[in-house]
Design a protein around this ligand. Structure first.
Ligand code: ATP
Ligand code: MG
Length: 456
C-alpha cells in the first residue's frame, strides 16, 4: 500500500531540478550550471548573501552551461549565486490604464503617477498564469511579449490613408493605416524631432512610442516638448535608455509592440513609433554575441535577420484594427547600404530619407522627398492627389538635375519648358515642404496647398 502511494506520488513529481549556480560571469553575460531550462525562460538570480535578487533570461547553451542575460545591473551577484527557473516566458500585463503613462521595458510605470494595473512584482503573476497567453486577470490582460503570429491570408489590404499631419509626408509620401514606414537618417539629422512632430499631430486612436537606447535627457525633452500634454493624453511611452542592459533595450521594442497589439485587439487604429530600430538591433547583437553566435556583418549576428522581420511583421492591417508602424533607423556613418538600413528597407513598405544636406540649409523636416518612397501611396491616394504629387515630383527632379547650371547662371530660360516651370515654382514647393514642429496640417489642406502650387 505504501509502495502504491509512493509510486503515485513519484509519477507526479518533477525529477528535474530548476535550481542552478552561477559558474562564470563575463562582461554582462552570466553562465550557470545545473539549471534545467528552455530558451527564453525567465530566471531569478539570488546573491549568496541573499541581499540581491535579479531577473535574467536564458539566451543560449554552451557545453553544459546555460547562458543568461540579466534584465538589471549584475552588481552584487557572483560565483555561486543561486539561479532559479520560474519556468515562464516574459509576459506583460496590459490595460487601458496605460494610456498617458510612461513605462519601462517590463511595462512597469516609471512616471510616479501610480499603478497601471501592473505590479512591480510582475513575475508573481507569471507563476500564476504559467504560459497562458492573453489570460484575463483583473482589469488587464497578460500578453506574451513575443506576440502571436497571424495568418497572412487574414490580413486585409491597406486601403485608407492615415493623417500624419506633416505636409511633406501626407502630400508626397502618403502612409496607409497599417503600413510600416522607416525614417532613415544619420545621427543628428532630425529623426527624433520628426517622430515627435508626428506623435503630436497624427490622427490615430492611440500612439505607442518606444524610445529604445536613447539618451536619458531626451525622455523628458520628448514628453514635454515634442509630445506635449495633448499628445501624451493618447500615448503610451515605453523607455529603455542607452545605459540599461541590452536585454531591457531589446525588450522595450517587443513590449511596445505588445501594447500596440492590445489596443489593436480592442479594435483601435494604433500608431506604433520606434526611436530607434538600430538600437534594438544593437541590443540584439550584444545578446547574440553573448550567446555564442558568430558575427557576420558589422558585428551583427545571423539571428538579427530572423528577429527583425518577426518584429516588423507584428504591425500591419488586421481585421479588428490596425497598427501603423513608424520606425526610425539610425544610418551608421551616413552609409545607407549598411546592413541594418538595407535589411529594414527590404522588409517594410516604404522609407523616408532625411538628408544632412537639406538639414544644413535649415530646411525642416529635412525629408529628401525624391529619395523617399511610400510603396502604398498609389493604392491609397485619390487620382487627383496622385496627379499633383507626381507633377510636384517631376518639377523637383527637373530642378535638382539642373541645379548646378542654374546656380552659376548658365541655364537660359526657354530651353526646357518643364525646367522653366520648376524654376518659377521651386520657392513655393520648398516653402510647402517646410513645417514648424508645433503645427499639424489636415490632409485636405495639404492637398489643396499642392493643387494651388501646381495649378497656378
Ligand atoms: N524640425 C526641426 N526644426 C528645427 N530644428 C530641427 C528640426 N529637426 C531637427 N532639428 C535640429 O537638429 C538637431 C538634431 O535633431 P534630432 O535630435 O531630432 O536628430 P536625431 O536624428 O534624432 O539625432 P540622434 O541620431 O542623435 O538621435 C536638433 O537638436 C535641432 O537643432
Ligand atoms: Mg534621436
Amino acid at each position: 500500500m505504501t509502495k502504491e502511494i509512493l509510486r503515485k506520488h513519484l509519477s507526479k513529481s518533477n525529477f528535474y531540478t530548476t535550481y542552478g549556480k552561477i559558474a562564470k560571469i563575463v562582461g554582462t553575460t552570466v553562465e550557470a550550471t545545473g539549471l534545467v531550462c528552455n530558451i527564453g525562460d525567465v530566471c531569478r538570480v539570488k546573491s549568496t548573501t541573499g541581499e540581491k535578487e535579479l531577473l535574467a533570461e536564458v539566451v543560449g547553451f554552451v557545453d553544459n552551461r546555460v547562458i543568461l542575460m540579466p534584465y538589471e545591473d549584475i552588481e552584487g551577484i557572483g560565483y555561486g549565486s543561486i539561479v532559479k527557473n520560474t519556468n515562464a516566458k516574459l509576459m506583460v500585463k496590459v490595460s487601458d490604464a496605460l494610456i498617458g503613462r510612461t513605462v519601462n521595458a517590463l511595462c512597469e510605470p516609471i512616471d510616479d503617477l501610480g499603478d497601471v494595473g501592473v505590479t512591480g512584482e510582475a513575475m508573481e503573476g507569471f507563476d500564476a498564469v504559467g504560459s497562458a497567453v492573453n489570460n484575463v486577470d483583473g482589469d488587464g490582460k497578460w500578453y506574451s511579449i513575443q506576440g502571436v503570429s497571424s495568418n497572412p491570408m487574414k490580413r486585409p489590404p491597406i486601403k485608407e490613408p492615415i493623417q500624419i499631419g506633416v505636409k511633406a509626408i501626407d502630400g508626397m509620401l502618403t502612409i496607409g493605416k497599417g503600413q510600416r514606414m522607416g525614417i532613415f537618417a544619420g545621427s543628428g539629422v532630425g529623426k527624433s524631432t520628426l517622430m515627435g512632430m508626428i506623435a503630436r499631430n497624427v490622427v490615430a486612436d492611440v500612439n505607442v512610442i518606444a524610445l529604445v537606447g536613447e539618451r536619458g535627457r531626451e525622455l523628458l525633452e520628448f514628453i514635454n516638448r515634442d509630445l506635449g500634454p495633448e499628445g501624451l493624453k493618447r500615448s503610451v511611452v515605453v523607455v529603455a535608455t542607452s545605459d540599461q542592459p541590452a536585454m531591457m533595450r531589446s525588450k522595450c521594442a517587443l513590449t511596445a509592440t505588445t501594447i500596440a497589439e492590445y489596443f489593436r485587439d480592442q479594435g483601435k487604429d494604433v500608431l506604433l513609433m520606434m526611436d530607434n530600430l538600430t538600437r534594438y538591433c544593437m541590443a540584439q547583437r550584444e545578446i547574440g554575441l553573448s550567446a555564442g553566435e558568430l558575427p557576420v556583418a558589422r558585428g551583427y549576428t545571423p539571428s538579427i535577420y530572423a528577429t527583425l522581420p518577426k518584429l516588423l511583421e507584428r504591425s500591419g492591417n488586421f481585421t479588428n484594427g490596425s497598427i501603423t508602424g513608424i520606425y526610425a533607423v539610425l544610418v551608421e556613418g551616413d552609409d545607407s547600404n549598411e546592413p541594418i538600413s538595407d535589411t529594414v528597407r527590404g522588409i517594410i513598405d516604404g522609407h523616408i530619407m532625411l538628408s544632412r544636406k537639406i538639414a544644413m540649409r535649415n530646411h525642416y523636416p529635412s525629408i529628401d522627398v525624391l529619395g523617399s518612397v511610400s510603396r502604398l501611396m498609389s493604392e491609397i491616394a485619390t487620382p487627383e492627389h496622385k496627379s499633383v504629387a507626381g507633377e510636384m515630383r517631376k518639377l523637383m527632379a527637373a530642378y535638382q538635375d539642373s541645379q548646378d547650371l542654374i546656380s552659376i547662371g548658365a541655364y537660359k530660360s526657354g530651353s526646357n519648358p518643364t525646367l522653366d516651370i520648376a524654376v518659377r515654382k521651386i520657392e513655393s514647393i520648398n516653402a510647402f515642404l517646410q513645417q514648424p514642429t508645433t503645427t499639424g496640417v489636415a490632409f485636405e489642406d495639404t492637398i489643396a496647398q499642392m493643387q494651388e502650387i501646381i495649378n497656378n
